[in-house]
Each structure stands twice: as structure tokens, then as C-alpha cells.
Ligand binder design. Sequence first.
Ligand code: ADP
Length: 497
Amino acid sequence: MAKYILALDQGTTSSRSILFTHAGRIKSSAQREFEQIFPAPGHVEHDPEAIWRTQLATARKAIKDAKARAVDIAAIGITNQRETTVLWDRETGEPVSNAIVWQSRITADLCDRIKRDGHEKTFRRKTGLVVDAYFSGTKIRHLLDTIPGLRKRANRGEILFGTIDTFLLWRLTGGKVHATDYSNASRTLIYNIRKLDWDDELLKILKIPRAMLPKVRDSSGIFGETDPKLFGRAIPIAGIAGDQQAATFGQACFRPGMIKNTYGTGCFLLMNTGSKPVASKNGLLTTIGWGMGGKITYCLEGSVFIAGAAVQWLRDGLGIIRSAPAIEKLAATVEDSGGVYIVPAFVGLGAPHWDADARGTIVGITRGTTAGHLARATLESMAFQTRDLAEAMQADAGVKLGRLKVDGGAAVNDGLMQFQSDILGVAVDRPVVNETTALGAAYLAGLAVGFWKSTRDVTANWALERTFKPAMKPKQRKASYADWQRAVGRSRNWIQR
Ligand code: ADP
């Protein structure tokens, strides 16, 4: 009997592989960071080969560390940084360029043009998204527009598009399977989330040939099997979901109204809205959570581009901490942020503002401001941005937030979680397994091969590690949040294009 499910979690800053047990606990894990490429201000790229190399290496290491072999693994689940776009040659499997990362603003002008041409409503209605450089569609078009001869080759079916899941699936199956799942497809700006098909009208506007697009399948189901050369024998790949949807699944948010927030590179608040897509009036996205057994679950999503990435900026840009976790000690050197607010609009603002021209702003600096205050304000910016999303979600769904399930790299920070509870005024629940993204992918795969029987097993495995309860006075909560909103106002419409 196979004992484990292997989850491949291909994130924005690192590739991770985790072996999960039947109880949904971590048996072993391996992680490798890879290079972030910034060719110009606001542009972000990854080398697809670095992604593949680090993903494969961590998978092998996780298996080895568990003293396991391929036979011990019932299935593989893939979860991935979403929207990031790779094009490659169908024959050789070689990428035609670096991947354009979800954060990249390289297509901001193109998005403006599409909006000026009056297409925004069409995109919003069909895809549930907004016309923003964030999503894959304009990134595909940009590559087809700028790489000589590429569109011709794509028209002939020689070039394939994939988000990272699709690229990994292609490599893992030795070039046999070109597919994605509903959740990833729903982030491309060319997929009709109501009709469940690539949309010819949108493809025409973006001049993207259908021939380059992957097949879209259930998130839980067998996609193919690994090339036996990779792990010694073939392993079924049985689950795929974008990282935020996988985390929502891993947090067992199976009933409509259930919400989770992930604090990683960015911050992502998702609410299960059941079998019907809910259109947002407050700057959120409508997206597919997952497809399972032929049934689609939809979500409302608030996406914030920079959260933990601001901590990395303190480390790499300012050099005031040596590692991300070191922010906890630095932030503890002060009682509060001393009236300093940092709006980390480093690549513009995502939900609910969608302002590509906003830029990072620090306000409230005085002569008494220290590195500690900056650290504190950086952490608080994650909580404030989450409150912005929560406000929008409550307005859209017409429900009051009861409590919040959290996860992600920065959710290990107790000070941040306490402040989050304070600023929302609701309890924050952190699970024992913080790696809910990888766990969600594992569950999707394990359910497809019978390793787990039903989502009831997932709910039963979910265990609470700690609850943070609001301790801030309502008056102070109100005043701080009002100051934050003023600070956001200062960051908006900054660059002039
Ligand atoms: P991703 O999957 O997007 O790569 P992770 O979930 O691995 O992100 O989270 C990594 C992020 O968490 C990084 O941006 C890092 O700066 C931040 N981070 C890690 N540890 C802490 C901490 N103790 N306090 C605050 N932020 C942290």
C-alpha cells in the first residue's frame, strides 16, 4: 500500500515538495529558492528551467528524506504560482523566453489599450476578472507580439502555452500531456468561467490561437503519469490547482461562505460561493475554486500583490533584516508603528483598487522613526490590505465575516496574526499544518486515486494550532484603519505613463 501523496508546490519565490501522510501531516519536505529576474522597473520574470530544476530536485530530496521510493507514493498533486506564463516549443520542449510572472506590469499599456477599445465589460462578464496585467492573456499576447516569427509558429501549432502547472505537467509526463485544471484556466483572461471553454471572442481580441491552449480538466482526476525515468517508476499525477484555490481546499472551505486568507508573496482572501459564480461590485474577482466529479465550485477572491514580498524588500532592498523571520525581533523593538504607514504598492495595487499606477509609499516618518517602526509598519500593511479585501467581500456577499482561517509563510508570525485579529475585530484561526497550499494539492490528488475517500476526510484532518482574538479597542481600530486608508490615497496614481 502506498503511504504518501507527493505535493509539488511551485511558488513565486521557491519550489517546494512535500510528502503527506494519510492523516494530512508532513512526512518530509524540501525547498529551494530560485532567482527573481527584474529586467526593468515593475517587470518580473523567471527562468522556466530554474523552476523545473528546483521542482524536480526538491521532489527527489523529499522522497529520499522520507526514505521512500516511488512505489510508496500513491499520486502527485501540483499546485502553482498562478497566471505566470510560459510558452514553449512543442517539439523540443524548450521555452521560447523567460516566464512572465504574475506580478509583472509589462502589459500595463496593452491593458489600457484594451480598456480604451471598450472591451473591459466583455472580459469581466466572461472571465470574472478585470483587465489587468496580472493575468496570463495579455502576457501571451505580449510574447506573440514581440518575439519575431512566434505568432506564425503558434498559428501552425508549434508553440504551446501553459501556466506553471501545465509546464510542469508537460515536463513530468515527458511531453505527453498538455493540460491544466479549471482553477488555473480561470486566471488566464481567455477562459469563459460560465461556459467552461476558451472563449473565441476574447481569443480574437488578444490575437491568441486556440491551437496553443491546453485541455482543461477537473482539478481532482488523473492527468497522466510521470516519465518512469524521473523517479524510477511511473507515478500518477492526479490533482492540479492554482495555489490560492488549493489553499482554500486544504483549509477545508467546502461550504459556501467559508473563507481563508494566505500570507505569502502576496495576500489572497478567498470565499467559497458554491456552484454559482458571484459577480463582484467591489473590485474582487470571480474565479473557479476547483472542478471535481464534473462539478464546479466558484469563489470570490481578493488578490493583493505585495504582502510577504515587502518583508523580502526590507531584507534585500533595505538590508535592515538578514532573513524574513528576523522581522519579528526587529518589530518587537518598538511598541507600535509610531504613526508610520507603508503602502507596499511596489507593482501597483491589486484588489480592491486595481491601480497599476500606484507605487510604494511610506508616510508619517518623523525624526524618531527607526528601523523597528518600518518593520512594524510593513507587517501591519499585510493586515490592513487584508481588511480592505474583507470589507469588499462582506459588501459583495452580504455576509459579516465571522472568523478567518489563515496560512502561508508569513502567517507563522504571531505578532502579525494578533494585529490581524485586532484590525479585523474577529478571531483568526491558524491550523497545525500551515502548508495548506501543498496540502490542498495533495488532497485533490489523493481523492482522485482513493487514498482519501471524500472531502469529509479532509475536514476531519483539519486541526487548529492557535486562535488569535481581538484585543484592540474599537475606537483605535477605527482610527488606525482610517489612517491606513489615507495612506493608500497618497500612493495612488503615482507614476505617469
Ligand atoms: P510563496 O508561496 O508566495 O513563495 P510563502 O507562503 O512561502 O510564499 O511565504 C513566503 C513569504 O513569507 C515571503 O515573502 C517572506 O518574506 C514571508 N515571511 C516568511 N517568514 C516570515 C515571518 N516570520 N514574518 C513575516 N513574513 C515572513
